[in-house]
Design a protein around this ligand. Structure first.
Ligand code: WT7
Length: 702
């Protein structure tokens, strides 16, 4: 087992270093009306889930889901740090999210789909209807496609009900789904198909995004070709249709490979499939996320532990009751959507809203119209959307008659000012807010207030969630005390049921990335020896609340989603003219952080707007539009150490308008001033023109 920490080639720059340092903020009390109806009003909840009660405290979450066979062991640590939760238990996630609600909630809406075009009425899918559709898809996947428990299937689906339906159909069979965010490029989808070893891709012809019917099937062809070039053959591409019977893509269907789901399903009308009793430790799904190296990590989540954890946290932290209409504005293509649009809320028999489009389409009043029309009373979104809605429609919420009892923020630190707008204007001073800190790897919330129990503090996530015991460690592994004002690496002392099982196909990387840093005995089977390192910097105030500062590694959190700097740099290097590329995070008013790219060209090549455009396009093709850089600077040379390492810290300082510090020891100190002048715009800089949409800027390459 490799025991060296994952190599950090870019530790010179971290998001934590460019974090804003906030002052202490005032407290807000949860409203009495909220407390009176809360699922978890027990002020002793954190004691009840104290470290002395670990791991048995988590039985409380396991009891919230239905088991075909009971587990015999709560936590098996025999192969630490590969944790096994609720072993011996047999469970099915699809049964828990669908079948078990039929007796009581048969004709209650499970999913309400809101298409982006406002002239299309919302569509409610009842639990009974969901049961029918999930069964039909499961029957078809099993009997026509031949899928069985343990197989992987990749989805490249946007936000329509077909996504949760296909997820639940796979879960019914024990087939491992691997959904790739619909906004990722075909190539990005292809590399994930290859990594997971999927033979089947499920996609859709088209979907609405910001007023355009996007041709999505085109990406499937690129994905299959990319996977094929990497040695992974895809037998079948299953294509949903946004408007059944009407093909909304210009790309031809490939004979023998591409099939319309709606055609195939005709033969399976009314067919039922018994949910397969899966081992608690059987993988439920893969979710790819970015890390230090260019290769995305396939985060593998379990069935029993994961489902228990998302059910428990959705109940206690989001206060979801079956009577609630809950809307999470995230995309199901990210972990937030898996845990808190699909599995958590549906396991609790809630009504979960699936909205297809962008929150600001056609205007910034759209979310509040949806909330009013559907009677949404729990809202879940991210700081990037809140900032956008505040900027474009600061007075819109007041115009609509909706009432939230609860609101979640997730994905990145929220500025206290933005938090206050969320509280006063969006929440109308009536809703409790939870600022939930967690990651793809974690399955569910790590730090958050328990809403009826704790006071809220703008900008702080709060203490650990029930049963989660965070600690801030310094470089030497010493604990950084609360109230010291010092930042460090936030870790979790104990495993919890929602923690990933491993990285798909790369167990060594799993150990290296998350556990090796603070483990002193790689042979230990005692969980106390394996603090989980999240990769975020944090400080803990005297009141024990954690304030998350941002990533300490080479990951940029763009609008609440992770992009690896190495992935972006690798994409830049596919442009033949580019010799070197360095990517740094730069603060952005709306999206939190965005990547900014520095490139040096090969000898003899002149800077030109075409090269900038090629770099932008390479990123969009290889990763997706989310990787669109704020600027691309063509520099004469990279600032380097004498050993030849690119000093990204220096570039990050320049991009973020900070002092570059002492650069005299660099191999080429004079280039720093040249770049600074180019970027910060002092003095005369030869500007050769800008690429469209003001996304790129560059100076002369001399
Ligand atoms: C990274 C994980 C978990 C769902 C969405 C993102 C940052 C997440 C918060 C928060 C401050 C946050 C961290 C974390 N982050 N939530 N409430 N406050 N930072 O999942 O793509 O795996 O990203 O997002 O930096 O490490 P992800």
């Amino acid at each position: 087992m490799a025991n060296a920490p994952e190599k950090k080639e870019m530790t010179e720059v971290s998001e934590a270093q460019i974090a804003v340092h906030w002052r202490e903020e005032e407290y807000f009390n949860p409203p009495q009306k909220f407390i009176a109806q809360a699922n978890m009003p027990d002020s002793k909840i954190l004691e009840r889930f104290g470290l002395d009660k670990f791991p048995d405290c988590f039985k409380e979450y396991a009891d919230m889901v239905s088991w075909f066979e009971p587990y015999h062991t709560v936590l098996d640590t025999s192969n630490a740090p590969f944790w096994k939760w609720f072993t011996g238990g047999k469970i099915n996630a699809s049964y828990n999210c669908v079948d078990r609600h039929l007796a009581k909630y048969r004709n209650k809406a499970a999913i309400i789909f809101v298409g982006e075009p406002e002239n299309e009425d919302p569509v409610a899918i009842t639990y009974q209807e969901l049961y029918y559709r999930v069964n039909e898809v499961a029957a078809m996947l099993r009997d026509y496609v031949g899928l069985k428990a343990g197989d992987r299937v990749t989805f490249h689906l946007p936000m329509t009900p077909e996504l949760p339906i296909t997820m639940l159909a796979c879960a019914r069979l024990g087939v491992i789904h691997s959904e790739v965010f619909g906004g990722f490029s075909g190539q990005a989808c292809g590399t994930r198909i290859q990594d997971s070893g999927s033979h089947v891709l499920v996609t859709i012809d088209s979907y609405w995004r910001a007023g355009t019917l996007v041709d999505h099937k085109a990406n499937a062809d690129i994905a299959v070709q990319t996977a094929e070039e990497m040695g992974q053959h895809v037998d079948k591409v299953l294509v949903w249709q946004r408007y059944p019977g009407k093909y909304g893509s210009k790309t031809p269907m490939v004979e023998g490979r591409d099939f319309f789901m709606n055609d195939l399903l005709k033969k399976y009308q009314g067919k039922k499939v018994d949910p397969v009793p899966m081992d608690s430790t059987a993988p439920l799904f893969l979710m790819y996320t970015s890390g230090t190296t260019g290769k995305p990590k396939g985060i593998q989540h379990s069935t029993g532990g994961y489902l228990a954890y998302v059910t428990g946290t959705a109940k206690y932290i989001q206060d979801i009751h079956p009577e609630d209409t809950y809307w999470c504005m995230a995309d199901i293509g990210w972990i937030t959507g898996h845990s808190y649009i699909v599995y958590g809320p549906l396991s609790l028999a809630a009504t979960s809203v699936v909205y297809e489009g962008t929150p600001t389409y056609p205007d910034a009043g759209r979310p509040w119209r949806i909330a009013e029309r559907l009677g949404v009373n729990i809202l879940h979104t991210a700081p990037t959307s809140i900032r956008m809605l505040r900027k474009l429609g600061p007075d819109e919420p007041a115009k609509y008659n909706y009432h939230f009892k609860h609101m979640t923020t997730v994905g990145e630190p929220i500025e206290p000012d933005v938090w206050r707008w969320y509280y006063h204007t969006v929440g109308k001073d009536e809703a409790v807010i939870v600022d939930t800190w967690w990651q793809t790897e974690n399955g569910g919330f790590l730090c958050t207030t328990t809403p009826a129990v704790h006071q809220m503090k703008p900008g702080s996530a709060g203490p650990g969630a029930p049963g989660i015991h965070p600690v801030i460690l310094d470089e030497d592994g010493e604990e950084v005390p609360a109230g010291s004002g010092k930042a460090g690496n936030i870790c979790i002392r104990n495993p919890w049921p929602g923690i990933m099982q491993t990285i798909w196909g790369d167990p060594d990387r799993y150990v290296r990335t998350y556990y090796a840093r603070y483990n002193k005995n790689p042979k230990s089977t005692d969980w106390r020896d394996w603090p989980y390192m999240a990769g975020d910097g944090a400080v803990q105030a005297a009141d024990k609340y954690y304030r998350i500062l941002g990533r300490i590694d080479d990951v940029i959190n763009v609008a609440g989603h992770r992009l690896g700097t190495k992935e972006i740099e690798s994409a830049c290097l596919t442009v033949p003219e580019v010799a070197e590329a360095a990517v740094v995070p730069v603060a952005d008013e709306l999206r939190g952080r965005v990547p900014e790219i520095y490139i040096a060209l090969k000898p003899g090549i002149q800077a030109s707007p075409e090269i900038v455009a090629k770099v932008v396009k390479a990123n969009e093709d290889i990763i997706g539009k989310i990787a669109r850089p704020k600027h691309v600077y063509i520099v004469p040379d990279m600032p380097k150490t004498r050993s030849g390492k690119i000093m990204r810290r220096v570039l990050a300082s320049i991009s973020n308008q900070r002092d570059v510090g002492d650069v005299t020891t660099l191999a080429n100190p004079t280039v720093v001033e040249e770049i600074r002048v180019m970027v910060q715009g002092k003095d005369a800089v030869a500007q050769m023109g800008e690429v469209p949409e003001d996304i790129a800027k560059f100076g002369q390459n001399e």
